[in-house]
Ligand binder design. Structure first.
Ligand SMILES: NC(=O)C1=CN([C@@H]2O[C@H](COP(=O)(O)OP(=O)(O)OC[C@H]3O[C@@H](n4cnc5c(N)ncnc54)[C@H](OP(=O)(O)O)[C@@H]3O)[C@@H](O)[C@H]2O)[C@@H](O)CC1
Ligand SMILES: Nc1ncnc2c1ncn2[C@@H]1O[C@H](COP(=O)(O)OP(=O)(O)O)[C@@H](O)[C@H]1O
Ligand SMILES: [K+]
Length: 505
């Protein structure tokens, strides 16, 4: 896991390093400038003519410092200071003075298209409001030049915490971010504005805290190495060891969703799977997934003694894929949430839409509950509009998790999973191949299968790992078949291939 910090957390860490650890801020800036200079000359693009565009704060200071290092190495560099010198931060003032001593070329009104690479050092984590006026024009000109851009810390104009564009934001090819990545580099517009993200070690280390910040909220990014622990299977284990999953899924015209979830669950390692589904799709389930057990019900009598027994039997419960939003499905959901005890329950798809009409059910359900909404479903669960949600996804998900005490997997191109202990995981695996019908059903199955195989069948810390693995499947399947060509069942095929690789590691 790699730690990610918000803009506020980063500022506190800067201050801690400078004030308590007594590392001079000029040392940090020198290392930041050096990291930027290395990114500019890393041969991704031509560094023949470099323009560094600076704001008045320390982000600008990093930029001027990088310009000086590049100049002293013999590169042709110009600096454009886009802002009022009266507003310079101390760090920026110092850097400009040093740069003048070394006779760096300062320019006014540059012709951006004349350069082969632009360093964007206008705003970093100090961006405090939407970009307007002259600064907006300048950021627009950088984008319109179509010259490759290396952004310092964060593309200027991007909100470091939410990934939303504050009026306008620079479109970077590479972002050199200082000490820790910021959530905004990945979430929402951040994904398409940050380009390749490089984290630079500039001498800021969080020795102050273990894994939690003072406000009990911290972000992480899952890594491929984290998956190693997932598929260690107890060699003398039996099918009970690897967990019994009850999957309440499917309805008359929706057998596919149940099958995709069910097969993904078994292929993710669950020892046993039982469906609870409508009698109309009995044959389809039996013929397509004979390894699964089956209880069927008549939609006129959805609650049966069988359901009670099946819930008793299961270690982990999943409800939602393809169950429909008919009233009978609502009755089952209510029964499950009231009677599941402390068994983990994954709530997805139609079950989320039913739940949105009775949120008190979720509040009174015993933990652990895991909800897996995409943004549209999350909007229905919270009653917030999609645009309101997207303006600050971490805040909305965090508040939801705090209110309901659940795990929330908020699915998006960059999925955000927050656990009740406040740990938030931004998923950076996956690509647009996953934007295909049934891909969410596969994710639900993978979560169920991996949960079933976890300690006590209930270790919710595996959930961000399951999300990461699902993303890897999208990448691997698209490598084989093209992004447009992937369908959800390809992800399941890929699951076995990827699991094999992980088992062999
Ligand atoms: N501390 C350190 O030693 C280290 C810091 N580091 C680096 O410093 C960066 C943070 O520096 P920072 O805090 O000075 O903020 P920064 O991002 O430069 O922006 C502030 C300036 O922008 C202005 N401004 C804001 N919004 C605006 C708007 N919409 N439109 C117009 N103006 C606006 C604001 O003006 P004001 O709001 O005062 O009017 C002020 O002038 C960080 O990202 C990293 O790169 C690293 O090198 C590590 C060591
Ligand atoms: N552009 C994308 N990049 C990465 N992952 C994506 C992208 N679009 C969708 N996904 C992922 O694909 C899955 C889609 O889930 P969902 O919308 O519930 O699909 P369905 O309901 O069709 O099964 C989610 O895990 C989501 O994170
Ligand atoms: K910047």
């Amino acid at each position: 896991m790699k730690k990610i910090v918000t803009g506020e957390q980063m500022k506190k860490l800067d201050q801690y390093t400078i004030n308590s650890m007594k590392v001079p801020s000029s040392v940090l800036m020198e290392r930041a400038g050096l990291a930027v200079s290395e990114a500019v000359t890393c041969k991704r693009f031509s560094a023949d003519r470099i323009l560094v565009v600076c704001g008045c704060g320390n982000n600008g200071g990093d930029g001027v410092c990088a310009a000086r290092i590049l100049h002293l190495k013999g590169y042709k560099v110009s600096v454009f200071v886009a802002g009022d010198p009266k507003k310079f931060s101390e760090g920026m003032r110092e850097q400009v003075e040093i740069a003048r001593n070394y006779r760096i070329n300062f320019v006014k009104n540059p012709d951006y298209a004349e350069y082969t690479v632009i360093v964007d050092a206008v705003f970093g984590v100090g961006l405090s409001r939407p970009v307007t006026g002259r600064m907006r024009v300048i950021l627009g000109q950088i984008n319109e030049s179509h010259v490759p851009v290396v952004a310092v810390d964060i593309p200027s104009g991007l909100n470091s915490d939410t990934g939303t564009v504050m009026g306008i934001a620079v479109q970077a090819d590479v972002t050199v971010t200082m000490a820790y990545a910021k959530p905004g580099l990945f979430l929402r517009d951040g994904q398409t504005h940050s380009g390749h993200v490089m984290v630079a070690d500039i001498g800021i280390y969080d020795t102050r805290l273990k894994n939690q910040d003072e406000d009990n909220f911290c972000f992480f990014r899952t890594d491929k190495e984290d998956l190693g622990s997932l598929f260690i299977r107890q060699e003398n284990g039996n099918k009970g060891t690897f967990g019994k999953v009850l999957l309440i899924a499917g309805s008359k015209n929706m057998a596919g969703a149940a099958l995709l979830s069910g097969e993904a669950c078994m292929r993710a390692g669950a020892g046993m799977l039982k469906f609870y589904t409508t009698n109309e799709i009995r044959e389809s389930i039996l013929s397509n997934l004979p390894e699964a057990m089956l209880s069927v019900f008549d939609t006129k009598e959805p609650l049966s003694e069988q359901l009670e027994k099946d819930m008793e039997w299961a270690d982990v419960i999943g409800i939602g894929p393809g169950i429909s939003t008919e009233p009978y499905a609502g009755q089952i959901l209510e029964y499950v949430l009231k009677n599941k005890g402390n068994k983990p329950c994954v709530i997805d798809a139609d079950a989320l839409n039913l739940l949105s009409l009775h949120m008190s059910l979720l509040k009174s359900a015993a933990p652990p509950c895991i909800v897996t909404p995409h943004i549209g479903e999350f909007s229905r669960l919270t009653g917030m509009s999609v645009s309101e949600l997207c303006s600050d996804i971490p805040k909305a998900v965090r508040e939801f998790v705090q209110e309901y005490g659940v795990v929330c997997v908020c699915k998006d191109a960059r999925t955000l999973t927050i656990l009740p202990n406040g740990c938030a995981y931004i998923n950076t695996s996956g690509n647009s191949a996953l934007a295909t019908a049934g891909s969410g059903d596969v994710l639900t199955g993978i979560i169920l299968g991996i949960l079933a195989g976890s300690d006590n069948h209930a270790d919710i810390r595996v959930i961000p790992l399951a999300v990461y693995l699902h993303g890897i499947l999208g990448e691997a399947a698209s490598f084989r078949r093209s992004k447009a060509g992937v369908i959800a069942s390809d992800l399941i095929e890929e699951l076995t291939i990827q699991n094999k690789k992980l088992e062999n590691q």
